[in-house]
Design a protein around this ligand. Structure first.
Ligand code: FAD
Ligand code: NAP
Length: 536
């Protein structure tokens, strides 16, 4: 009989987990506490308990070719960055195409997941759910936790003395929905992440004054990158990744900083990160620098203290008559239905093998999917996590022993701190291509460029120099998708299609430069392979 798997949540992670279970011949039951799919991407006017909440204007900051699932490209007419309603539409198309809805139990909340008595031999779990006030217990052979990590607001009250005296309104960015009602108000937004920047930029068109108050600053990038391509399709290529991995650290830091300052000088805008060397998640905001230039958003250091009416900043300056303070200070996460012996959250961190498996379980039958913040889109990462996890459940892929997993967890944490720092907003941060490749290794889906170069040079070169799009992980191995090659070779056309809505003849031809770059890139690839062979 097929193994039964409980999938908790029907957002990006839950949908793809349900589909991966089906691909592996497992029998999924997906529990969703709300009344529809989509998770965070389903905007509602009112905040719902236990589900992520977004504002009406959210657009993706990862582009469509990079943010789709690996065997289901987005419709070519979709814009490159999607409004939340469009992204939800894509998730609905995915669920319909793979016929996933019939596996989902809506308005059903998972309230407890406990090991069965004979867990050490069976690896089974008792899942207790609640629906319409009634509780039900069901036994499952495996569990996939796909509940997201943007549910619990984090407001660091202790860092903001006087906030309890403040007579205006204050709330977390999770509560923010639209600029309605902010006319004529003076607003202080705390934080310098994507939420803070989006909200400040949106509010400054209605409010009287908007201040954005940051302790650490941030690099701000445009969604529009070199040659006008979406940033992630240029930043996340295997070629650029190789260059980043072979450049000496001091040189890499310098190149990175220079690139970040190419658009505008972050120091002059008061935004420069305290620790410039970190690859911390940047802010993607095309309007912020222009709003600062127009004086509609004013950057301030962190608030030292609030009075009844004012914010006093670290540099001693004060803004009086503040009406609203919005804490865009990020999120905490927890697993209310699990015992701490299974997963323990400490300082917003968890010890999971490759960010997926608790290393101390007697049987690898519980996986956490989507508990990551990649330096790229989460969708292909969650999908590969789920592909790997379902193969582990089936016994087709094995986990190493506990001590090896613990060593890997420690190593990964060290690297994460070196690259992204210690801020609590970075505790789930992962890189992108390296992590995808690592997961693909577990599900036997990693593309092999060198052999491919001999067999199918056009495809190999596109994989190496082009966007590291999810389709690359469907070319070989279990789960191979016949449409993957074509999806890779046509992705550039799909990127251009929604923008080139007025076609002009005689477009410029820079193929020679691109050809030379490719030769240089290939030489770099061969050099890297040669060096790694020498070292091994
Ligand atoms: P969610 O989308 O949060 O879904 C979790 C689901 O689990 C929900 O439906 C919830 O109701 C359900 N659930 C929770 N607890 C239970 C329970 N006990 N029982 C039953 N059901 C439960 N990432 C990107 O890659 N690109 C972007 O452009 C991007 N933009 C973002 C914008 C904002 C404003 C935010 C906050 C995040 C953004 N992210 C982005 C990250 C985002 O987390 C992912 O895009 C994605 O939504 C994560 O999907 P998920 O399924 O893991 O979690
Ligand atoms: P976030 O990225 O965690 O940022 C939190 C911000 O609050 C950081 O600037 C952090 O500063 C600051 N902060 C935290 N504690 C603080 C303290 N004690 N004192 C002062 N400042 C403090 O949260 P977010 O902006 O809500 O984003 C959450 C996730 O959603 C991110 O992955 C983001 O990319 C995503 N998102 C995407 C979009 C989009 O696609 N358009 C929009 C919004 C959010 P430090 O950095 O100094 O710690």
């Amino acid at each position: 009989m097929a193994k039964r798997v409980a999938v908790i949540g029907s957002g990006v992670s839950g949908l793809t987990s349900t589909k991966c279970c089906l691909d592996e011949g497992l029998q999924p039951t997906c529990f969703e506490r709300s009344d529809d799919i989509g998770g965070l991407w389903r905007f509602k006017e009112k905040v719902e308990e236990g589900r992520a909440s977004i504002y009406q204007s959210v657009f993706t900051n990862s582009s469509k070719e990079m943010s789709c699932f690996s065997d289901f490209p987005m419709p070519e007419h979709f814009p490159n960055f999607l409004h939340n309603t469009r992204f939800l539409e894509y998730l609905k198309l995915y669920a319909k195409h793979f016929d996933l809805l019939k596996y989902i139990k809506f308005k059903t909340t998972v309230i407890s997941v406990r090991k069965c008595q004979d867990f050490s031999t069976t690896g089974q779990w008792i899942v207790v759910t609640e629906s319409d006030g009634k509780q039900e217990s069901t036994m499952f052979d495996a569990v996939m936790v796909c509940m997201g990590h943007h549910i619990e607001s984090f407001i660091p009250m202790q860092s903001f003395p006087g906030i309890e005296k403040f007579k205006g309104q204050y709330f977390h960015s999770r509560e923010y929905k639209s600029p309605e009602g902010f006319q004529g108000k003076t607003v202080v937004v705390i934080g310098m992440g994507n939420s803070a920047s989006d909200i400040a930029v949106e509010l400054c068109q209605r409010a009287k004054r908007v201040f954005i108050s940051t302790r650490g600053g941030s690099w701000v990038m445009s969604r529009v990158y070199d040659d006008g391509y979406p940033w992630d399709t240029v930043f996340h290529t295997r070629f650029s990744n190789l260059i980043r991995s072979i450049l000496p650290w001091p040189l890499l830091k310098r190149v990175y900083e220079q690139k970040m300052n190419q658009w505008f000088n972050h120091e002059n805008y008061g935004l420069v990160p305290q620790n410039r060397a970190l690859m911390k998640e940047p802010v993607f905001n095309d309007d912020l620098p222009s709003r600062i230039l127009c004086g509609s958003v004013v950057v301030k250091p962190i608030v030292k203290e609030f009075t009844e009416t004012a914010a006093i900043f670290e540099d001693g300056t004060m803004e009086d008559n503040v009406d609203v303070v919005i804490f865009a200070t990020g999120y905490s996460f927890s697993f209310p239905f699990l015992e701490q012996s299974v997963i323990k959250v400490e300082n917003n961190e968890v010890a999971l093998y490759k960010q997926v498996f608790p290393p101390t379980l007697e049987k690898p039958t519980l996986a956490v999917i989507g508990l990551i913040q990649p330096l790229g889109p989460i969708m292909p990462n969650a999908e590969l996590q789920a592909r790997w996890a379902t193969r582990v459940f089936k016994g087709l892929s094995a986990l190493p022993c506990e001590s090896t997993m613990m060593t890997d967890i420690v190593k990964r944490k060290k690297k994460r701190i070196e690259w992204f720092g210690t801020s609590r907003s970075q505790t789930l941060q992962t890189d992108h291509i390296e992590y995808l490749d690592e997961l693909a290794e577990g599900s036997d889906a990693r593309p092999r460029i060198l052999p491919l170069l001999l067999k199918d040079p056009k495809l190999a070169l596109t994989i190496y120099f082009g966007p590291c799009s999810p389709f690359q992980f469907r070319l070989t191995g279990p789960g191979k998708w016949d449409g993957a090659r074509n999806a890779i070779l046509t992705q550039k056309a799909r990127i251009i299609k929604p923008t080139r809505t007025r076609v002009v003849r005689n477009s410029s031809n820079n193929s020679l430069v691109s050809y030379l770059l490719k030769i240089f890139g290939l030489l770099a690839l061969f050099a890297a392979v040669f060096v790694s062979l020498q070292q091994s």
